[in-house]
Design a protein around this ligand. Structure first.
Ligand code: 1CP
Length: 344
């Protein structure tokens, strides 16, 4: 079977299928005991990302356990700033810690040359994963969109309101947009490298898109993502692209009309009916609140029926509105999968 004939890619292309495909954001992660074991073996989080053997193992774990319809490369969005030469660490209990960029000199130290070489182990992981994946299970590669990467590159860590990046944008727009240009080029190159190594679908995570002021979303969210998609499609015109501009509310309609992604991933605040007004037909991915994987069986059962009704009649890929949390319960994931497998 070719990946193009998989349930996942056929659904993306708009085919009528017996049931929707299922995968979860952060499906490889701390809610799985086997992930925690491999993570402990790896030492640091970056060692896990950069070991082809261990990254392959954790990518395949949720496929083996649950039989999801797509795998997602185990890596992180912050390997791009790392590959550009910024100091990036992951600290237990804190999350990512980067040496913040706040001046022209610090920006000039970023190095686009050879970024693909510094991420060679990611290409090796993609080849190993493909060797271990079923012929009917596509592999998703990904990047963080420039704005989301820049919130970490400028803030130095996860910032509740993305304040440092916004401050730089408003106080030193020239520096901000010079940086955006470099990060955008890095994003396109890394996606091209992943596609060359063998991913079947790509996803662009703009997790903090919602914090960009409305009047600046065109320049900082829509246009860079559009250019990245056009860039990768010069060599890979058919590659399916999933976009995830999280938290942009009603402005997602404009995004849908302007950004040529094949799949729009919806956060839990979105209503799929918004896209009935779009100027094209597009597949939707979403959007159950990950909280329902922490609660009771009855609460999840009700929510699954609500989700089925919400997406009825649409090209739908089952997923969450954001990543599954470390507290997510395995029984609830099993319940969710069983519901959708029988939902036809
Ligand atoms: O120690 C650990 O195990 C750390 C937890 C963890 C994991 C499992 C991090 C640190 N990254 C990842 C993997 C990861 N990250 C994947 C793997 C594939 C899969 O989905 O299974 C993916 C796609 C990401 C993407 C990612 N990283 C995003 C975008 C998606 C989202 O959740 O919004 C973001 C914002 C990050 C940054 C990041 N990586 C890790 C942390 C703790 C953070 C910060 C998150 C924050 O600021 O809230």
């Amino acid at each position: 079977m070719k990946k193009e004939d998989s349930l996942f890619v056929r659904t993306i292309r708009g085919a009528q299928c017996d049931r929707p495909p299922i995968w979860l954001m952060r499906q490889a992660g701390r809610y799985l005991p086997e992930y925690r074991a491999t993570r402990a073996e790896a030492g640091s989080f970056l060692d896990l990302c950069f070991s082809p053997k261990l990254a392959t193992e954790v990518t395949l774990q949720p496929i083996r356990r649950f039989g999801f319809d797509a795998a997602i490369l185990f890596s992180d969005i912050l390997i791009i700033p790392w590959a550009l030469g910024q100091d990036v660490r992951f600290e237990q209990g804190v999350g990512p810690v980067l040496e913040p960029i706040a001046s022209e000199a610090e920006l000039a130290a970023l190095d686009l040359n050879g970024i693909e070489d510094r991420l060679e182990s990611v290409g090796e992981a993609i080849e190993l994963i493909n060797a271990g994946l079923g012929a009917d299970i596509p592999l998703i590669g990904f990047i963080g969109a420039p704005w989301t990467l820049m919130t970490y590159m400028i803030g130095g860590r996860s910032t509740p309101d993305q304040g440092p990046a916004k401050k730089l944008l408003l106080e030193q727009p020239d520096l901000f947009f010079a940086m955006l240009e470099i990060v955008e080029e890095a994003c396109a190159r890394v996606l091209r490298m992943q596609i060359k190594a063998g991913v079947d679908v790509v996803k662009i995570f703009d997790s903090w898109a919602g914090s960009v002021p409305m009047s600046l979303r065109q320049k900082i969210v829509f246009d860079p993502i559009k250019r990245i998609i056009e860039n990768v499609r010069t060599d890979a015109p058919q590659i399916p692209v999933i976009a995830f501009p999280r938290g942009i509310g009603a402005s997602y309609l404009k995004f849908a009309n302007e950004v040529p992604a094949d799949v729009l991933a919806l956060d839990q605040g979105m209503d799929p009916s918004l896209f009935d007004h779009a100027n094209r037909k597009v597949a939707l991915q979403g959007n159950m609140d990950p909280m329902f994987l922490l609660g009771s069986e009855a609460a999840l059962a009700d929510e699954l029926v609500r989700q089925r009704d919400l997406f009825a009649g649409r090209s739908h890929i089952v997923n969450l509105g954001h990543g599954i949390t470390p507290e997510g319960k395995i029984e609830r994931v099993e319940q969710m999968i069983a519901f959708w497998r029988n939902a036809a």
